[in-house]
Write a protein that binds this ligand. Structure first.
Ligand code: CAA
Length: 397
């Protein structure tokens, strides 16, 4: 049975900051952010945008562009590490905003940036097992990455969501069943219950990511029955890695090719990986959705069309759990990805200067307790809190 991605939706905030401006304000040479870390611009979520509104926007787009009606969705899972409530899942808000039917399994998953992949794999297994005959699963990865002003992680923030519609006979990507796994208990990146900002042991987190890649890739090769095969990754026409920032994908690819016995492990980066970074260079880290944004960018920007080709996928979540898996791109996928018009929408965003960015960051403190504001919605918007309940408005359909 062929099972995989039948639709994709991508959303991001309406504003961004150029990281050249941020480097100047922080007294950092711009080359450190641009070449050293590999970031260019960073999406900034406004007070009326949150994990729910980003998820709803991406979910609605995935349904609309794939011609799927809300009643066809039998499973809705939102993977996030920046949920809006200790109990009520982001997925329940999204179910309401998208008007999904009541005969639907709805919940949220969390495992740092791996939460979306955990949800996706479960959805794929559910469809393969025939648990949702005639229906589809909607998995949405949605996050606001936030480390705080003046921290080392500040240039690696971002916000956005990617929605993935999972079904039989998918029209974008057939996902293969082998999954190489690696999990260990590490404290590389976390967010204590009392903090809105993530804490990170930055350089250690890079090492944990690379160790997890090594473990998951070795496991994957074993499952394919070829643990020692040299040049194994040549079987992929392209690769999408988890992208907390562009340089991390470069380090990951170097590691993977070194494991393959490649004496020039950087030589294939431009061809196999660079096209996956175009959207994240504009949006920044979106945590759970990051690898799926990289996949979308890969499909849209690869020099030679990837239709009919295999792509390798590596998902990493701090804490940590990682998974290496693969899929084959379905002919016709490119037109579906181009219909998202991500590049065009990125151009329509509002550019913030540093004081405006800092004021938005500070305004997020206490936002969850503020009363309802009146807004005229052009997209899903957070209205504020009323009687301890978060309220949202939907745009006209
Ligand atoms: N010109 C060009 N390059 C320069 C430069 C300049 N003027 N100055 C410095 N650089 C280079 C450095 O040589 C270095 O390159 P390498 O990584 O190749 O060695 C790079 O810029 C970064 O410099 P530093 O290591 O000194 O930077 P830093 O101490 O400020 O920290 C960071 C960088 C660790 C990535 C930090 O931004 C951070 O903590 N980010 C958040 C954590 C993170 O994203 N971790 C990734 C793995 S965990 C994960 O993937 C889960 C997740 O999504 C969070």
């Amino acid at each position: 049975m062929r099972v995989g991605l039948d639709g994709i939706g991508v959303s991001f905030p309406k504003a961004f900051i150029d990281l050249g401006l941020l480097a100047e304000a922080r007294g950092v040479p711009p080359g450190k952010y641009r070449e050293g870390i590999g970031v260019r611009r960073m999406a900034v979520a406004a007070p009326d945008e949150d994990t729910v509104t980003l998820a709803a926007q991406a979910g609605r787009e995935a349904l609309r562009l794939s011609g799927t009606s809300p009643e066809e969705v039998g499973l809705l899972v939102v993977g996030t590490e920046t949920g809006v409530d200790h109990s009520k899942p982001v997925a329940s808000f999204v179910q309401g905003l998208l008007g999904l039917g009541t005969r639907c399994r709805v919940f949220e998953t969390k495992h740092a940036c791996y939460g979306g992949t955990a949800a996706l794999q479960m959805a794929l297994d559910g469809v393969r097992a025939g648990r949702m005959p005639g229906r589809k699963a909607l998995v949405i990865c949605s996050d606001i990455a936030r480390y705080g002003l003046g921290t080392a992680g500040e240039p690696t923030q971002g916000a956005g969501a990617v929605a993935l519609l999972v079904s039989e006979n998918p029209r974008i990507l057939n996902v293969e069943p082998h999954s190489g796994l690696h999990a260990t208990d590490v404290h590389d990146f976390w967010r204590p219950l009392y903090s809105k900002d993530a804490l990170v042991d930055g350089h250690y987190s890079v090492q944990c990511y690379l160790d997890a890649l090594t473990g998951a890739y070795r496991h994957y090769k074993e499952l394919c029955g070829e643990p020692g095969a040299p040049g194994f990754s040549d079987r992929f026409a392209a690769l999408a890695y988890h992208v907390p920032y562009g340089k991390m994908a470069r380090k990951a690819h170097r590691q993977l090719r070194t494991l393959d016995g490649d004496a020039q492990p950087d030589a294939s980066f431009e061809r196999l990986v660079a096209p996956s970074l175009r959207f994240s260079e504009e949006i920044g880290n979106i945590y759970t959705g990051s690898m799926y944004l990289a996949l979308t960018s890969l499909l849209a920007h690869a020099e030679a069309s990837l239709e009919g080709q295999r792509v390798g996928l590596f998902s990493y979540g701090s804490g940590c759990c990682a998974e290496f898996f693969a899929g084959r791109v379905v002919p016709g996928a490119l037109a579906r990805v181009n219909a998202l018009q991500v590049a065009q929408r990125l151009e329509q965003r509002e550019a913030l200067d540093v004081p405006a960015y800092e004021s938005i960051m500070r305004a997020r403190e206490g936002l969850d307790e503020r009363p309802v504001q009146s807004v005229a919605p052009d997209a899903f918007r957070f209205r504020g809190v009323e009687a301890h309940r978060r309220t949202y408005v939907a745009p006209p359909t």
